[in-house]
Design a protein. Structure first.
Length: 594
């Protein structure tokens, strides 16, 4: 027999040995478990899907629709604040509030299937399922097979995680990138311990994943900080790895960062940079984004806000982090989460597990602070769910192994942990929640008639709905002043039709839009002041009151008119007759209608 034949025989023998070493029972068990987990997610979707109902969901959907119809990464949800940042509004308005990755993926799904609410939700659920698989792989790498499986199961049966998967938001995609980043960090640590050169590859992958996180949601660029610190203090070639990470990250992030900075006047976070000034005592609610006031659009305002308005800044920081921590308690239930908290203080045998946990010590607080300061949806906490599931599961098995329980008790405890964690989600799968009357449905019916109104935009308190439900209309968020309305009109967004819903009740009570929605007398006065005052005078005479009462009422309306910044812009508007779509919860006004 020749040497070549000996080599081939030896190689074949090695392949047979490797095949024999594969644990096929675990592979088949893993496949079966993930089929069950997929069925659980599908069942939850079938029972709980009601369409897109929130601002962020419909905002993302209309951006994706623009992409799929060839209009690029643009928006038809017009925030006056954003419009004020643009130099040229004759072209479609560029989107600067979202990262591009998720809308582009949803647009691809639109192309493959159809434009629908279901397509948006299913996209986020697909990434949720991919995150389960990645969580299993990471748990197996850090600890063992059973830890990976329990972590994936614990995530899938969590009501919080399932709700996040159905949120039709970018956070399940971000969660997937995040787990892949932790996998790259774990692989880098193992490579560094063995002295191999594969660490350079994992540094490169980590930099690319940071870029993907940034392009999923701009504020996730802050996760760059703990990862850079990890490379700075870990491994034999830490200096080379750190420099490589910094260079690759800068190169990968630069194109999109330049685009954001160019459109916003310096912010690589897009319009999210100004969220630091939103929802505080200085800028209550969404007021900031409903104004074109140039004072609020400077980058210096963003940078100096924590100093100049320290009270509001600190209040937002404390309230936001406290709220996020409360939501964090609901991620994995009453069993796995306490175990995860304790596991953060325990030194495990695998050094890689301890190294990844050390990274979490810095990473988790940065994520919580970002959620608090930048008005981020708390579904972002799903990023931490895989790590909590993995470390909680590992500590759970550590306790079981230490007690050396009889298999019957061991299995009983396992069933108990799964049952307690699964119960809230199971209830939502078995019993469908009764459907409530939703003003959005009725508003959707009205807005779908927009092509008959012969307009290009609608001023409304639900602009995200107008932009998503009708291809022919832009939805303009109700501005704060006549000056804002004038500027928008000069730039092509003329106020011709106004649609108000009960969303206006959330506005300040002294705002004209609130009073217009809640007071018929206010609506009549705007339509015809003289007629209202005459009606009041006649009514006073019938009741035998003197003319002073009519005079005081006239004085009240005049004072109201002076205090309302949008009052003059509403001159000539009349409430439209909706015909069969009439409702107390929906009000439509048109300029010059009779």
């Amino acid at each position: 027999m020749s040497v070549a034949e000996d080599d081939r025989t030896s190689s074949a023998s090695q392949r047979v040995l490797r095949m024999q070493g594969i644990n096929w029972s675990r592979i088949l068990a893993s496949v079966g478990i993930f089929i069950v987990l997929g069925a659980i997610m599908a069942g939850y979707y079938v029972q709980n899907f009601v369409g897109l109902t929130t601002r962020d969901q419909m905002d993302t959907a209309q951006i994706s629709l623009n992409i799929s119809t060839g209009k690029g990464f643009t928006t038809r949800f017009i925030r006056p604040f954003n419009a004020g940042l643009m130099n040229d509004m004759s072209a479609p308005l560029p989107e600067i509030n979202h990262g591009p990755l998720y809308p582009y993926v949803v647009a691809a799904v639109f192309k493959l299937t159809a434009v629908s609410d279901q397509a948006v939700v299913r996209t986020s659920m697909i990434f949720g399922f991919l995150t389960l698989i990645a969580t299993f792989v990471l748990g197996r790498m850090l600890f063992d097979w059973r830890t990976g499986i329990l972590a994936a199961v614990g995530m899938c049966i969590s009501a919080f995680v399932l709700q996040s998967a159905m949120s039709a938001s970018e956070w399940t995609m971000a969660g997937f990138w995040f787990v892949l980043l932790m996998l790259a960090i774990a692989a880098h640590h193992k490579s560094s311990m063995s002295g191999g050169r594969a660490g350079y590859f994992y540094v490169f992958i980590s930099a690319i994943l940071i870029c993907l996180l940034y392009m999923t949601h701009q504020t996730l660029i802050f996760l760059f900080i703990p990862v850079a610190l990890y490379f700075a203090f870990t491994g034999r070639r830490r200096i080379q790895h750190l420099v490589l990470f910094l260079v690759i990250t800068a190169i990968a992030v630069a194109p999109w960062a330049y685009r954001e900075a160019k459109l916003t006047g310096g912010s690589i976070l897009g319009a999210n940079a100004w969220d630091i000034m939103a929802d505080t005592g200085e800028y209550p609610g969404s007021t900031l984004y409903r104004s074109m006031d140039g004072v609020g659009r400077g980058m210096t305002g963003v940078l100096l806000y924590p100093i100049e308005h320290f009270s509001s800044f600190s209040r937002k920081l404390m309230t936001g982090t406290s709220s996020a921590l409360v939501d964090l308690l609901t991620i994995l239930g009453l069993v796995i989460l306490p175990l995860a908290v304790v596991s953060m203080l325990y030194k495990f045998k695998p050094p890689t597990a301890n190294a990844v946990r050390g990274l979490l010590y810095v990473l988790a607080p940065i994520l919580l602070v970002s959620i608090a300061l930048y008005s981020i949806d708390h579904n972002a906490l799903v990023l931490l769910a895989p790590m909590a599931a993995i470390y909680g599961s590992a500590y759970f098995f550590l306790l079981l192994d230490a007690k050396k329980l009889h298999p019957v008790f061991w299995r009983g405890l396992m069933i108990g942990v799964i049952a307690i964690t699964f119960w809230p989600a199971l209830a939502q799968i078995i019993w469908r929640a009764p459907e409530k009357y939703d003003t959005l449905r009725e508003a959707s019916t009205i807005l779908s008639q927009g092509d008959k109104l012969n307009i290009g935009c609608i001023y409304t308190d639900i602009p995200w709905l107008a932009a998503w439900r009708n291809l022919h209309m832009d939805g303009v968020w109700l501005p704060l002043s006549d000056k804002d309305i004038e500027h928008l009109g000069l730039n092509g967004f003329r106020m011709h039709t106004i649609v108000l819903t009960n969303e206006s009740r959330s506005l300040p009570a002294d705002e004209i839009w609130y009073r217009l929605f809640t007071s018929k007398l206010q609506r009549d006065f705007i339509a015809d002041p003289d007629a209202v005052l005459e009606r009041v005078r006649v009514h006073s005479q019938k009741l035998g009151h003197d003319s002073e009462e009519a005079t005081s009422i006239k004085r009240f309306f005049n004072q109201s008119q002076r205090n309302s910044e949008v009052f003059e812009a509403l001159e000539g508007f009349r409430q439209a007759d909706l015909g069969p779509y009439a409702s107390d919860e929906i009000q439509v006004y048109e300029a010059g209608s009779e």
